[in-house]
Design a binder for this molecule. Structure first.
Ligand code: GLU
Length: 449
């Protein structure tokens, strides 16, 4: 049985594919020639399941989606206080490539606009990583530039749990006409926010913007931020919890160019978009989300990507301000029980099945059903808890451990969100379709009322 989640993502992708408004970015040749109809959607949970659909193998340059990650790396490299001396945390209310800096300090307003990203890129350490051997030599790609790029590329790769590459052709094309970013870097140099030659700062920043990623990569990168900086797949601590929290805070207010306020109110997920058409969203403690579709709206956000996020946020109850707490322990127990051959023991447990202690109590409402797979759920079931439930059942199916009869026991579930209800009902529907006999023990009628 296939998990309903990829099917749901496919449905969202399809539902959002008809709007062909907007335009691909055309100031970099590689972006101008992008196929506007390739689209993709991915979710990564904080315990490392990645679901990706559509053009899941399609690689695109990360562009501005690198900004939050570079900021987080800089915080860990030199400390938050020193980063704050160079880059502020206020929304600018201006375009991403605006040339304004904060009055008085000369700091860029925040790390999500180009001025702030060029400055934060200059703050990472250069003494740890050897230069990327693939990096072509070029006048402004000095040893220092290449070391800094290697440090950031290593960091981005740790976020993505695989070695990422830079598309140096795209980077060279962009650098050849990067007059505006050069102007920004000169202003930063003028205010001593950066100390290296402006051309070197822009070179490094653009190289990093040209790292190639898939939608699944950026979903996992987002999930690493959601997981307080620890990569859910490798278990490596990529950035500190402080760096992750600071980065998410800035993403919440500044991540979506000039549409950041509207985005936070409507969709309610800290996010970052990039001109190649990607968007990431991070729900702390729960999931990383990512969409890709190259046509952009008037503020530079992917038209279809914004729609996909609108759907995901509404369907799954993801708006941060709605304060739904995630459940990381939704599946209390899953295993085999048999109450025809093994009567209830004195302490109330039934069967052997490896059932730990009180997981199966006589008052959980389960009728004697004989040999079955029992799934005991508990707590608050929202998107993440329901996803864990689906995954546990699909895993049991795939390892041929799922018996003919299945008991889904909700006696210990306190509450369930609309998304949770739909996901569990869909699970039951699919199991029944695949000839399994399902008994749902739901004494509080959470699934039906
Ligand atoms: N390389 C791009 C630039 O600096 C990144 C822009 C973006 O994705 O917003 O212009």
């Amino acid at each position: 049985m296939r998990s309903p989640i990829p099917d749901y993502l496919d449905e969202v992708l399809d539902a959002c594919s008809s709007d062909r408004s907007g335009h691909v970015a055309d100031y970099i040749p590689e972006l101008a020639s992008a196929d506007p109809d390739v689209h993709a959607l991915a979710i990564s949970t904080v315990d490392g399941s990645v679901y990706d659909v559509g053009g899941r193998d399609h690689q695109f340059t990360i562009q501005s989606i690198c900004k939050p990650f570079v900021y987080a790396l800089a915080i860990d490299d030199i400390g938050l206080d020193r980063v704050l001396e160079a880059v502020g945390v206020e929304p600018s209310g201006e375009a991403f490539n605006e040339m304004s800096l904060e009055g008085g300090t000369g700091r860029p307003y925040n790390p999500m606009i180009n001025a702030g990203a060029i400055a934060s890129h200059q703050l990472v350490r250069t003494d740890v990583w050897e230069p990327d051997p693939a990096s072509p030599s070029e006048e402004h790609r000095t040893e220092g530039v290449r070391r800094r790029v290697a440090r950031v590329l290593g960091g981005l790769s740790a976020f993505a749990a695989r070695d990422l590459d830079i598309d140096y052709d795209t980077a060279d094309d962009e650098f050849a006409s990067a007059h505006r970013n050069m102007a920004i870097a000169h202003m930063l140099r003028n205010h001593d926010i950066i100390t290296n030659p402006p051309a070197e700062a822009v070179r490094g920043y653009i190289d990093v913007c040209s790292a190639l990623v898939t939608v699944g990569d950026i979903a996992l990168m987002a999930a690493t931020l959601a997981n307080s900086g620890t990569n859910p797949i490798t278990g490596a601590r990529v950035v500190s919890p402080t760096a992750a929290r600071q980065t998410l805070s800035v993403m919440a207010t500044c991540g979506m160019y000039d549409g950041s306020g509207r985005w936070l109110a409507q969709i309610g997920i800290p996010a970052k978009s990039g001109v190649s058409g990607g968007i990431i969203g991070v729900l702390p403690g729960q999931v990383g989300l990512a969409s890709f579709s190259p046509r952009l709206d008037e503020v530079g956000n992917s038209v279809q990507g914004v729609q996909m996020f609108q759907r995901l946020s509404a369907d799954m109850g993801l708006h941060l301000m709605s304060n739904e707490q995630p459940s990381n322990t939704a599946v209390r127990w899953i295993g085999t029980v048999d109450d025809t051959t093994m009567p209830a023991t004195d302490d109330g447990t039934v069967g052997d099945g490896g059932d730990p202690g009180d997981a199966v109590l006589p008052d959980d409402g389960a009728p004697p059903m004989g040999l079955r797979t029992k799934v005991v759920l508990q707590g608050t079931l929202r998107f993440s808890g329901a996803e864990r439930t689906l995954r546990a059942v699909v895993d049991a199916w795939e390892s041929a451990e799922l018996l003919e009869q299945i008991e889904l026991n909700l006696a210990r579930v306190d509450s369930i969100s609309g998304a949770g209800v739909r996901m569990i009902r869909e699970l039951v529907r699919r199991l029944e379709r695949d000839d399994r006999q399902v008994v749902v023990v739901d004494p509080d009628r959470l699934l039906t009322d």
